[in-house]
Design a protein around this ligand. Structure first.
Ligand SMILES: [Mg+2]
Length: 215
C-alpha cells in the first residue's frame, strides 16, 4: 500500500499516539475539575460537559484549548501538562515511523490538535522528528471535517490526491477526505488502548499503523 504512494498523511491522536490520553483528560480529568470548580456532582458535571462537547464536535472550536479554558473557567492546558506521563505512542507506531525512513514517501502529520497540545506531545514523544511536514487545522481555521481545510492544505502542499494515502481514526474526517477526492483512505480501528477495538469500520481498516507495512 505504501509503495504505491508518494505522500502519506497521518493523523496524530488515535493514529500515531494513544487516544487513551485524550479520553482520560476529557472524560475524567476535566469533568473532575469542572465538578469541583462548580460544586457539582461528577455525574452532573460530566453530563453538562458532554452536552457542550457534543454541540460543537467536529468544529475547530471543539479542538481549541483556549475556547475550553475560557468557557469552563479551567486551565485546560495545565490539566494536560499535569498528566503528561500518560502520553504515549500507540503499539508499534514509533517503529513504524522509524521504518518509514526506508520508504520514498513524504510523511506528513495532519492533525486537528491545538498547537499547544501538539507541542506538549512532541515534548514527551519527540514525534516531530519523523515528519517531513506538520500541519494543524488551527493554522487554517477549519477542522479536517471541513472541505475548506483540504483546499487550504492543497494550496500549501500541492499534493496529488491519487497518490496520497491518508490515515485517521475518525470516520467523519475520513468522509471529509473522501469527499475532497482522496481515494486511498485507511481507518485505524484501535485508537485507544484502554478500550476494545472497534468492530465496524466505514473504510479499509487496520488495527494500527504498523499494519500498513505489511498490507
Ligand atoms: Mg484522531
Amino acid at each position: 500500500m505504501l509503495n504505491e504512494c508518494e505522500t502519506l498523511m497521518l493523523d496524530m491522536d488515535g493514529t500515531v499516539l494513544d487516544l487513551a490520553y485524550d479520553n482520560y483528560v476529557w472524560k475524567e480529568l476535566v469533568p473532575e475539575h469542572y465538578a469541583e470548580a462548580k460544586g457539582l456532582s461528577i455525574d452532573v458535571a460530566r453530563n453538562r460537559l458532554y452536552a457542550k462537547y457534543h454541540a460543537i464536535q467536529g468544529d475547530i472550536q471543539w479542538y481549541c484549548l483556549d475556547h475550553w479554558s475560557e468557557r469552563l473557567g479551567l486551565d485546560v492546558l495545565e490539566l494536560h501538562r499535569g498528566v503528561n506521563h500518560r502520553i504515549d505512542y500507540l503499539p508499534g507506531a514509533r517503529d513504524f515511523l522509524h521504518a518509514l525512513r526506508e520508504h520514498h514517501v513524504r510523511v506528513m502529520l495532519v492533525t486537528n490538535s491545538h498547537p499547544d497540545t501538539l507541542a506538549l506531545k512532541d515534548e514527551v514523544t519527540g514525534l516531530a522528528e519523523y515528519f517531513d511536514a506538520i500541519y494543524t487545522s488551527h493554522q487554517f481555521g477549519y477542522a479536517k471535517e471541513r472541505q475548506e481545510f483540504w483546499h487550504a492544505l492543497q494550496e500549501e502542499e500541492g499534493f496529488r490526491r491519487e497518490s496520497t494515502l491518508f490515515v485517521d481514526d475518525n470516520q467523519t474526517v475520513l468522509k471529509s477526505a473522501d469527499t475532497y477526492g482522496l481515494s486511498r483512505l485507511v481507518e485505524i480501528n484501535h485508537p485507544d488502548t484502554s478500550e476494545p477495538a472497534r468492530e465496524t469500520s466505514a473504510y479499509t481498516s487496520v488495527t494500527g499503523v504498523a499494519d500498513l507495512l505489511s498490507s
